[in-house]
Write a protein that binds this ligand. Structure first.
Ligand code: LMR
Length: 390
């Protein structure tokens, strides 16, 4: 069976994690994978999560299955966070717990495939390295367009609109809700307005990946683009993740939301979602969904979580300002959002940073803004500027 298999490259980000782990040079700066780090370079568990886990440990009496939907209250409590209080009440809004944002993406694209096998997906490049494999894995065709001009450190909005103009009714458009991964370059309010008008006019179905809500400008601010789409379009798919904003990374918990338009339609769509989820994970893992639910049920823990999220966002914004002020060529970094930005470096320059300075960033030049300790910021900026000059 296996003799015919050719080796394939793993995702370059996974390779990078391994390379960084194997490098024991002192002064290593690992700004590869997207995990939040404190000023000391640590990734502690949020105190709200710790407290929720304690409550869970003390009160949970069984590990018996909850059923295919997982923790239904978890998904219900997330709705107002993602959609706002009013939209969360709309008829026909499905919410289903998933293993991380990746589970939600996979489920959402497989649902699109089940609904229409000829669905094409508009994808702005660069995008998260795992988006194209997930979409192709679901058996869907990708239509790429240039989203970001790395050399000019700006969004190519004309190219995006041209791609939307050329779209067919029923095409799905993958959009980053906030904190664009890998560039940090988010659409502004005017651009979101044009995107939603175009989706409504052309019958394009928005598929929003929102994995960093709260780490850009704030919980509500980061969801404005998504909420505008939900107002404007009859059908919307949303892949949400709690991995970053609740800091539960390895425990993997997210949610798939689908705006279907009516309770009747939602029943049919839900039956397909359940069937697909059943074949992949049968029933979602519980731990972090339960912890998030406990936080959102308690005013006190919810406030504590929001404070911790504010603190993480504050550090990201401060680091952006610090890096931006080191040189006019890096000034754009202050205007971008979330964990990532992209340095205008070639893969060769990125490799040289790895070899000469033990600085680990993705080959694309994507780096995790909050991946470095405070004491490493100047050294990081100097090395990057040296590489840009080299
Ligand atoms: C990232 O982009 O660094 C994270 O989403 C981790 C991953 O799975 O790639």
């Amino acid at each position: 069976l296996f003799t015919g298999l050719e080796p394939i490259q793993t995702d370059s980000l996974l390779r990078l994690i391994q390379l960084a782990a194997e490098d024991d040079r002192p002064g290593k700066i690992d700004v590869g994978v997207g995990v939040y780090r404190t000023s000391n370079g640590a990734t502690p568990i949020l105190s709200a999560i710790k407290k929720a886990e304690k409550i869970l440990w003390e009160t949970q009496e069984t590990k018996a299955y909850l059923g295919m939907s997982g923790d239904k209250k978890y998904a219900e409590l997330l709705k107002p966070i993602v959609f706002g209080d009013d939209l969360a009440q709309m008829d026909g809004l499905i919410g289903l717990q998933t293993p991380g944002g990746c589970g939600a993406l996979t489920l959402g694209f497989m649902l699109a495939k089940a609904a229409n096998p000829a669905t094409r997906v508009l994808v702005g490049t660069p995008t998260w390295a795992n988006h194209p494999p997930v979409i192709r894995g679901a058996g869907l065709e990708i239509v790429e367009y240039d989203y970001y001009l790395k050399g000019e450190t700006r969004i190519d909005f004309d190219a995006m609109m041209a791609a939307f103009d050329a779209a067919r009714p029923g095409d799905v458009a993958l959009l980053h809700g906030c904190c664009h991964n890998p560039t940090g370059a988010d659409l502004d309010a005017g651009q979101w307005a044009k995107v939603r008008a175009k989706c409504a006019e052309k019958g394009i179905i928005p598929f929003v990946d929102i994995a960093y809500q709260g780490l850009g400008d704030g919980i509500d601010e980061d969801a404005e683009g998504l909420r505008g789409l939900v107002h404007a379009c009859d059908e919307v798919i949303v892949a949400q993740s709690c991995d970053k904003n609740f800091g539960v990374y390895r425990d993997r918990v997210g949610c798939l939301f689908v705006k279907t338009g009516s309770e009747e339609r939602a029943k049919v769509v839900n039956s397909h979602i359940m069937q697909i989820a059943r074949t992949m994970w049968s029933m979602p893992p519980d731990h972090s969904a339960a912890a998030v639910r406990i936080i959102l049920e308690s005013d006190e823990l919810r406030a504590e979580w929001l404070d911790e999220l504010d603190m993480m966002r504050g550090r990201i914004v401060d680091l952006r300002k610090r890096i931006a002020s080191s040189d006019p060529r890096l000034a754009y970094i202050a205007d971008q959002k979330g964990m990532f930005s992209m340095m205008p470096l070639s893969p060769e320059q990125v490799e040289k940073l790895r070899i000469d300075h033990a600085i680990y960033m993705a080959d694309s030049g994507r780096f995790n803004v909050c991946g470095m300790a405070d004491e490493d910021v100047d050294r990081f900026c100097n090395a990057v500027l040296e590489a840009m000059d080299g």
